[in-house]
Design a protein around this ligand. Structure first.
Ligand code: APR
Length: 253
């Protein structure tokens, strides 16, 4: 059975890493982006040059950011995230980490639910919506702790522009973050791919790199993805159901 095989692979590996997508937070009530009911499916993909617009007119970008009613299409997404709680999938990853099995979680999600579930080792490749970041030195602050009296906010350390920590389309992944992702992927001999359509790069390249290095892939997703063919085990269902079951088996080994 798939869960038994997955538990065997995981327990026989030395450096397990989880790659997480929006699907892990779906059972927390946060819509995914693609597929049926996805946010982009309904309101259309955001502009691919959001970051360029920010650099061109950071004051206007911040005025839009600080105006809650500015973007009704995304209000629903914001409200869903604000009222979301971590679900059994988030807690299963924390249990796996506390067993000493899961070494790192690389998440594409910006909803802060891994942090609230108590994860210790986390790389947020697309940032965290509760934070702001200096685009020069990568210093981060909690969003509400920064002063927006004067726009655009500038880094008190290096003077560069400060923006939301969430990585925008067209924005380079912050160097320290992308370095951490490639370092963890190079160490990984078993990647558990949880709830991602595996279509956005560079995150989607990490499982492929693990396979190329001779590692194994476990996919947990109710739907097939471009990775399904090369996965060693497919847990074809919701992460909120499969991940806790997987950890139950690991705890019994
Ligand atoms: N459990 C596990 N997976 C699920 C569940 C669930 N309960 N429900 C849906 N899924 C799966 C879908 O089948 C889909 O494969 O979650 C995946 C969500 O895919 P996307 O919406 O494309 O989200 P993601 O892969 O995280 O997108 C990557 O794209 O828009 C950018 O920055 C954004 O981080 C995001 C990136």
């Amino acid at each position: 059975m798939a869960l038994e095989k997955a538990a065997e692979l995981v327990s026989g590996s030395g450096y397990v890493v989880a790659l997480v997508g929006a699907g892990l937070s779906a059972e927390s009530g946060i819509p995914t982006f693609r597929g049926t009911g996805g946010l982009w499916t309904r309101v259309g993909e955001p502009s691919m040059n959001g970051y360029e617009q920010f650099l061109r007119d950071p004051i206007r970008w911040w005025e839009h950011q600080l105006d809650p009613g500015a973007d009704p299409a995304r209000t629903e997404f914001r409200e869903a995230i604000d009222s979301a709680e971590p679900n059994a999938g988030h807690y299963a990853l924390v249990r796996m980490e506390r067993l000493g099995i899961l070494k790192m979680t690389i998440t594409q999600n910006v909803d802060n639910l891994h942090v609230r579930a108590g994860v210790a080792n986390l790389v947020e490749i697309h940032g965290n919506r509760t934070k702001v970041r200096c685009i020069g030195c990568e210093m981060r602050w909690l969003r509400e702790s920064f002063d927006y009296a004067k726009l655009p906010p500038l880094c008190p350390d290096c003077g560069s522009l400060v923006k939301g920590d969430t990585v925008m389309f067209g924005e380079p992944i912050p160097p320290s973050v992308i370095d951490a992702c490639f370092r963890e992927t190079a160490l990984c001999d078993c990647m558990i791919v949880c709830g991602t359509s595996a279509t956005v790069f560079p995150a989607a390249s990490f499982p492929r790199m693990v396979k190329e290095n001779g590692g194994t892939l476990i996919e947990a997703n109710p739907n097939p993805t471009p990775l399904s063919e090369s996965a060693d085990v497919v847990l074809r269902g919701p992460t909120g159901e499969y991940l806790p079951e997987l950890v139950n088996r690991l705890e019994r080994l």
